[in-house]
Design a binder for this molecule. Structure first.
Ligand SMILES: Nc1ncnc2c1ncn2[C@@H]1O[C@H](COP(=O)(O)OP(=O)(O)O)[C@@H](O)[C@H]1O
Ligand SMILES: [Mg+2]
Length: 378
């Protein structure tokens, strides 16, 4: 029997006018949660609702305006009671009635938080979806988003710093585009970018350093892997103290104003970092690996991060439609890792039988008709 001493889990979940759901209430404990149902039943929608309890756009990367139930009068809302190391905390997020754009309101224990980044300070959530199989063939921004989510789990302030960096960068880009060369204003924004940017790079590096030995080992039959962060900031923080790296970045921003005014964004910065992954056994770069190997590598990365954080800041795991795409040995390893780490994992699939090995350990629900019904294996 695995120990479940320290743990973080979602206890109660409620959805209002979210995607296909009118109103859903679900009570679970910290054991794994299995959601099965036919295609289109609402399994992914439910995991997506959970993923909105963390910063960013959720596991579909959807626009907030798509989250509301079509035709519903009420604004969408997701609320949960989360058991954290510091006790139970109520959190919630909903469409922002004041805003026509892509904004949402976040509440933590009854108070309005300044933004979604605050959710990462309460607890963390990491997920895997079939779309992530293509991670190593996609743009570097997908890999950065994937890795940053792991850093959210590792460092509760990372989301806030990343948000501050991106806001300052957008503001600077707007000034440059409008041709407003107000040097004091630009310098102030570049100061913020340098400070938060170097902190973002340092947090990513800290995770990469700690993750590397866990990742190298692998969780058989998932492969061992090597991981490197690549970018100018990564070079600078490796070569000089953080204050010097900040100065170096500030100088680079100032020098690239004319170029950035033309091209937008910023020539250098943590928004340009890429993640290079190597399949350890074959020495092959991940993007050259077979589709199956790439899928295994993504899961290996995620499980390594889960293992690393399990005793520190245990994340909640969301595996959408992952289990059905694994062969039996990988499926068994995934289940046993989840159980061994004692993390709350939410897993979806169409086929009950695939989850039979978890029957004694998991809470099973059938999803259908906008409801979740508890069931047991017979
Ligand atoms: N904003 C929305 N309002 C109402 N229904 C939606 C909305 N977005 C998606 N849906 C519906 O949700 C269903 C898909 O649910 P999903 O959770 O992806 O199913 P699955 O159980 O296969 O994972 C589809 O039938 C889709 O039409
Ligand atoms: Mg689905």
């Amino acid at each position: 029997m695995q120990e479940r001493a320290a743990g973080v889990s979602v206890g109660k979940l409620s959805l209002t006018a979210f995607r296909s759901y009118d109103q859903l209430r679900l009570g679970v404990d910290r054991r794994p949660v299995v959601l099965t149902g036919s295609n289109g039943a609402g399994k992914t929608n439910l995991l997506e609702a959970l993923s909105c309890l963390s910063p960013g756009r959720g596991l579909r990367g959807a626009r907030l305006t798509d989250l509301g139930k079509r035709g519903a009068a009420a604004p969408w809302a997701v609320a949960a009671e989360v058991d954290t190391i510091d006790g139970p905390i109520r959190i919630g997020t909903s469409a922002d009635p004041e805003s026509v754009g892509d904004r949402r309101t976040v509440r933590i224990d009854g108070g309005t938080a300044r933004g979604p980044a605050a959710l990462a300070e309460v607890f963390s959530m990491i997920w895997l979806t079939p779309a992530m199989d293509g991670l190593f063939r996609e743009s570097s921004s997908s890999r950065r988003r994937f890795f940053d989510r792991l850093v959210f789990a590792h460092d509760p302030l990372h989301a806030r710093r990343l948000g501050a960096y991106e806001r300052a960068m957008r503001e600077r880009a707007r000034l440059l585009k409008e041709g407003r060369r107000d040097p004091a204003w630009l310098s102030a924004l570049e100061e913020t970018m340098a400070e938060t940017g170097i902190a973002v790079a340092a947090a990513r590096r800290d995770l990469a350093d700690r993750l590397s030995p866990v990742l190298a080992e692998g969780i058989a039959p998932f492969p061992g892997a090597g991981l490197t962060l690549e970018g100018s900031l990564e070079t600078w923080i490796a070569e000089m103290p953080a204050v010097d790296a900040e100065q170096r970045f500030r100088d680079s921003l100032e020098a690239s104003r004319p170029r950035d005014a033309e091209a937008g964004g910023a020539a250098e910065g943590p928004h340009r970092t890429d993640l290079a992954v190597v399949h350890r056994e074959t020495g092959m770069e991940a993007y050259l690996c077979s589709t199956g190997q790439q899928k295994s590598l993504v899961i290996a990365l995620l499980l390594a991060a889960a293992r690393l954080e399990a005793r520190r800041r245990p994340p909640v795991l969301l595996f959408d439609d992952v289990v059905a795409h694994l062969d039996e040995s990988h499926r068994t390893a995934l289940f046993s890792t989840v159980l061994e780490l004692g993390l709350q994992a939410w897993m979806t699939g169409t086929d009950d039988d695939l989850f039979r090995p978890l029957a004694a350990e998991a809470q099973m629900f059938h999803i259908g008709d906008g409801q979740a019904r508890r069931h047991e294996f017979v």
